[in-house]
Design a protein around this ligand. Structure first.
Ligand SMILES: NC(=O)C1=CN([C@@H]2O[C@H](COP(=O)(O)OP(=O)(O)OC[C@H]3O[C@@H](n4cnc5c(N)ncnc54)[C@H](OP(=O)(O)O)[C@@H]3O)[C@@H](O)[C@H]2O)C=CC1
Ligand SMILES: O=C(CO)COP(=O)(O)O
Ligand SMILES: [Zn+2]
Length: 353
């Protein structure tokens, strides 16, 4: 008897383009959302987007509550839940980078409320995904959360954000190449659940981004357009898979471990990009695609070395040898690298000296 079933949750409205910030109110109307919203934002995105959007809501006769979070922590999620209950809101709007959007996602999951995603930086592929990422004890990886009902991505705001946020988003996408290699490996060796559609979408997204790398330049709004569409597509791949597998393999384990060993030093996307150079080498050796990944990252100004990340060589080696413990996810790292092998891959790929 055929017993398979799947439930894919995707946003109903995706609005991308110049000046669409002012259309958040219309999107809420289109979704038939009633009552008060709670805006979840962080300091810079509040000024750049949340306050002006709040003014649009007030002009439409809706009085939003606003909570500003500084860090992605469970305390912040708790605080958002408390404010949502105290202010009797009906839905949430996450306005900001990965931090604000993830907190909004996780709080709305707990509250069983809808949420909208309004990115102010094209820095990560959680804009659309059904995953939320908040450090919990020793774990740093994403968990299932509420997918957005809608995404409103204003390319004017995204293009004005610091350039490194956009290059971080590009690197998060480029890392899909190695994430999918790890996923296929895990399917072959450990029989993990695998979706050819999600894997193909994730790889194709990276390929389109790399093919359009010459359009990705600072100050060019078209760059924000190209990168945001790729981030959405990658997020959809995660939603189809029902896991972050299409976009997160050993390169993400490496990045999550760096978040523990050198917190706040480099952006998520930049760390996974450097991790991807090394794990591509582990998959294919010297004839593999590690140089293509490195060159693609360099072509969009993303870091390709530990020094460019601002992380010392020893920390890279430590992260490589320990990151397989971060989560139960089989990757090319298997049950862990020894120090010599880690130093070797990091040196051969030029990540460390
Ligand atoms: N859920 C998922 O599927 C995924 C989640 N992630 C998670 O997302 C996070 C990474 O996202 P990232 O966006 O890099 O992190 P942050 O939200 O911390 O944003 C990075 C920085 O950019 C600033 N910023 C945001 N927008 C603007 C703007 N328009 N102008 C100027 N500065 C701006 C923020 O300012 P300020 O400090 O003032 O807020 C912050 O300092 C990680 O926690 C990662 O784990 C990543 C990939 C997928
Ligand atoms: O960053 C992600 C995808 O780009 C999410 O992956 P994790 O599940 O490893 O946190
Ligand atoms: Zn990522």
């Amino acid at each position: 008897m055929f017993e398979k079933s799947t439930w894919i949750r995707l946003p109903r409205n995706v609005v991308v383009g110049h000046g669409v910030r002012s259309e958040v109110v219309d999107v809420v109307d289109d979704l038939h959302l009633q009552g008060r919203p709670l805006f979840v934002t962080s300091p810079t995105p509040r000024t750049v987007a949340a306050d002006p959007i709040a003014a649009d809501f007030e002009a439409a006769g809706i009085d939003p509550a606003i909570v500003t979070i500084e860090k992605a922590t469970f305390d912040a999620v708790e605080r958002v839940i408390e404010v949502a209950e105290a202010e009797a809101v009906s839905y949430l709007v996450g306005i900001g980078g990965g931090k604000a959007i993830d907190i909004a996602k996780m709080a709305s999951h707990h509250l069983d409320m809808g949420f909208l995603s309004v990115p102010t930086a094209a820095s990560h592929d959680g804009i659309v995904s059904n995953r939320g990422s908040v450090p919990d004890g020793d774990s740093r990886h994403s968990v299932a959360a509420e997918p957005p009902l809608a995404v409103v991505a204003d390319t004017g705001i995204l293009a004005d954000a610091p350039w490194e946020l956009t290059t971080a988003g590009c690197a998060d996408i480029i890392s899909n190449y190695t994430a999918v290699m790890d996923w296929r490996l895990a399917q072959r060796l450990k029989d993990v659940e695998y979706s050819e559609y999600a894997a193909a979408l994730s790889e194709m997204t990276a390929e389109i981004l790399v093919d359009n790398a010459d359009l990705i330049r600072p100050g060019l709004e078209e760059s924000a357009w190209v990168v945001t569409k790729a981030l959405m597509s990658s997020g959809v791949a995660m939603s189809i898979a029902g896991s972050s597998r299409p976009a997160s393999g050993a390169e993400h384990l490496f990045s999550h471990q760096l978040d523990r060993l050198a917190p706040g030093t480099a952006l998520h996307g930049h760390q996974v990009g450097v991790g991807s150079i090394m794990t591509a080498y582990l998959h294919g050796g010297d004839r593999g695609i590690w140089r293509d990944i490195r060159d693609a990252l360099a072509s969009i100004d993303a870091p390709t070395t530990a020094a460019e990340l601002g992380i010392d060589d020893e920390t890279v080696v430590e992260a490589l040898t320990t990151c397989h413990r971060i989560r139960d996810r089989y990757t090319i790292l298997g049950d862990g690298m020894n120090e010599r092998a880690a130093r070797d891959v990091a040196t051969k790929t030029g990540v460390i000296d």
